[in-house]
Design a protein around this ligand. Sequence first.
Ligand code: C5P
Length: 224
Amino acid sequence: MVQNIITIDGPSGSGKGTVCQLLATKLGWHLLDSGALYRIIAYLAFEKNISLEDIDTLTDLALHLDVRFISNGSGVDALFNGVNISDKLRTEKVASAASQIAILQPVRDALLARQKEFAKSPGLIADGRDMGTVVFPDAPVKIFLDATAKERAQRRFKQLQVKGFDVKIANILSEIKARDHRDRHRTVAPLVPATNALVIDSTALSIGEVVNQVLDFARLKIEV
Ligand code: C5P
């Protein structure tokens, strides 16, 4: 197995996605956006009218998912059956359903081998909730990126405003808190820092500062 793995776990809005993309580009490494896998299953559940409690059907979907990720220059696009569905995955409705599906152990188990396959030379940046604790427990560099819920809601609010959405910050904050609570308190692979993870609070940091802190920490463990 490839030795160069940096896991970055943390709640939504902590800056994980952007930091992971920048690191993958800078180092020329592969990128695993594990949240996209849970989002794709959630999206397909809506498309196919599958209940979020129908464990057998959801697990079957996870096992036979025909999905590929391709680099688009600034990140990765998700291709389902050859069709780019990335935009459809980024809604709050899909995110919330993804976090409901993510509490199901058989679905998580079904996605495990697929996630491990991303660990290829020259290296991998793994973005998620359980990258350092469950999927890549032997990774040499583990980060837990956090920020206050208020700051994370503000970041999300700005992103949506730029896209022209008419949203209320109070609604975003309550959605973020509900999803966090589910992710942090579930019995299966809860969102917690791995024991040897560097915890970075990004509340008052720029993306560049976070990237530099990750690289400084990584240099203590591996050659980057
Ligand atoms: O990271 P993202 O917001 O795309 O993830 C959507 C949801 O998928 C999370 O709220 C979480 O419930 C779930 N997830 C997970 N484990 C991961 C990645 C995401 O449980 N490794």
